[in-house]
Design a protein around this ligand. Structure first.
Ligand SMILES: [Zn+2]
Length: 507
């Protein structure tokens, strides 16, 4: 029977698998059946227990295989799928210089291909839902937004697009004095146009009007870290949130250089954004490494989710997020891979690193959450951040039919011990066989069913080659000219005392 026949709106039964539900009672069903109808799960239980409604049923034999809820990647940047292998050991502020230099405007087609490529890597490693912190240069456009939305809609992944935007010149958002830079660099910064705040909200208003909140691909605010925003932008963000209540997804306190830009008086970045109405329980703060006690309390009061990105946090040397302290405060922790220029967008690998790192900050090992807890909390928090709490991240009647079927039958997994420990400590996405989103089989026996994978990869390679050739030599030499000043700024800031520490000293 052709695979495409499955999951086109009828009743489907996956039969014979081991179903790890992550439901309220953490049921694991051996030799189970998972029934779906249209976009929803209608039953999960032992084989033969469920009496299906009259009518045709399509059966899928998953004997001996493992079914888990689809993973939720709560922070990515789709454009970065075209920048794999371009980052070595650059802290964020230096990396940003390169991104700005090479970040000439992408065409709608390039945006589309980048988004599908990122989604492809995620689907093939068991991720069914993502938040794309969608960055467009020089500024958000209706055409670009439509391209990224079409890309996710057509490839079949569940996606929330958070439209990234900031309006302060980068040089003003870091602890460096303009006057200390070479005059030609300063002149270049001064010549840059400031993105139009009102145009951003106009695009958001018209886009939100045109889509329903039930759609698989959604749009929310992605106004970037407060230190990168003018007062007007922050105020308009609060106002927009009060009217639309769509949620805000933003980078927050990723580096010590950002934390050192905190105003010396008055509320910190998180509380200020909360006071203005910008944060609510639908919102999420990404990284949240250099958060002090009041930042943590403000995040708790706002009801936000924190998105932990342990791979990029360590690759860029940003620091350790105080994850266990956030958990103690009841703040939900979801996981994100961050841009694909900071390593592969495999959520299994990201979560494993997160589990390891939190153990370095707390000596009492009884306080370390175990594999089942970390996975379950990530599913719950990811579903909340993506705007689908109580609908995705678990397998039970009424949930969305978003799940991953795995064949953990290779040398990594046999003989198999505790299933949660295998998922967190051994899996990297290689065992993924089938991925279903909204009742549709998007990955089937390791192949994507919705796009031509070879053509997608070929076009992505062409785009990257073309864009590399088009980077102006002037932009690259500007990065080189700024490098020593930025390096000095980073080292000076890391050496300063701001009252909290988030890096390890082996003294
Ligand atoms: Zn990011």
């Amino acid at each position: 029977m052709p695979i495409e026949k499955f999951g086109n709106g009828g009743v489907v039964c996956l039969r014979g698998g081991r179903i790890v539900t992550f439901d309220d009672s953490d049921r694991i069903v051996e030799n189970g059946e998972l029934w779906i109808c249209d976009k929803k799960i209608i039953s999960v239980g032992p084989r033969g227990e469920y009496e299906p409604p009259k009518g045709p049923v399509e059966y899928v034999d998953v004997t001996g295989q493992l079914i888990i809820p689809g993973m939720i990647n709560a922070h990515t940047h789709s454009y970065s799928s075209l920048l794999k292998g371009t980052v070595e050991k650059d802290p964020l502020d230096i990396y940003m210089l390169s991104v700005i230099a090479s970040g000439s405007a992408m065409t709608a087609r390039e945006i589309y291909i980048a988004a599908q490529l990122d989604a492809l890597s995620m689907l093939r490693t068991g991720t069914t839902a993502l938040i794309d912190h969608y960055s467009e240069r020089p500024a958000l456009s209706a055409e670009g937004l439509e391209a990224v939305r079409a890309a996710f809609t057509e490839i079949g992944i569940r996606a929330t697009i958070a439209t990234m935007f900031a309006d302060r010149p980068y040089i003003e958002t870091i602890p460096i004095e303009r006057d200390t830079l070479p005059p030609e660099i300063v002149a270049e910064y001064n010549a840059r146009t400031i993105p139009d705040v009102k145009a951003y909200f106009a695009v958001m208003e018209s886009t939100l009007k045109s889509i329903s909140t039930d759609e698989r691909v959604r749009i929310i605010l992605g106004v970037d870290g407060p230190q990168r925003c003018s007062d007007l932008l922050l105020e308009m963000t609060g106002d927009f949130q009060k009217r639309h209540h769509c949620g805000l997804h933003t980078h927050m306190l990723e580096t010590k250089t950002q934390a050192s830009m905190r105003p010396s008086e008055g509320p910190g970045f998180v509380r200020r954004l909360f006071d203005l109405g910008g944060l609510d329980e639908k919102s999420s703060l990404v990284h949240f490494i250099w958060a002090d006690e009041d930042d943590i309390q403000a995040a708790k009061e706002a009801g936000v989710t924190v998105i932990h990105c342990p791979a990029s946090n360590t690759m860029l040397g940003a620091g350790l997020s105080p994850i266990l302290r956030l958990r103690e405060n009841g703040i939900p922790i979801a996981y994100g891979t961050d841009g694909s220029n900071c390593g592969p967008p495999s959520l299994f690998e990201t979560m494993r690193m997160g589990a390891y790192l939190m153990r370095l900050t707390e000596p009492d090992f009884e306080l370390w959450p175990d594999a089942r807890v970390i996975l379950k909390e990530a599913y719950r928090a990811g579903a909340k951040a993506i705007g689908k709490p109580d609908e995705i991240g678990f397998l039970a009647s009424g949930a969305c039919a978003d799940f991953t079927v795995m064949r953990p039958f290779n040398h990594w997994h046999l003989p198999m011990g505790d299933v949660y420990r295998h998922l967190l400590y051994y899996e990297n996405g290689e065992s993924v066989q089938d991925v279903w989103v909204e009742g549709r089989r998007i990955i089937s026996e390791g192949r994507i069913t919705t796009v031509d994978e070879e053509a997608l990869l070929a076009e992505a390679q062409e785009i990257v080659a073309r864009r590399r050739r088009s980077i102006p030599a002037k932009a690259l030499s500007a990065v080189e000219a700024q490098y020593p000043f930025f390096r000095a700024m980073i080292l000076r800031t890391l050496d300063s005392d701001i009252g909290i520490e988030r890096r390890i000293s082996l003294d």
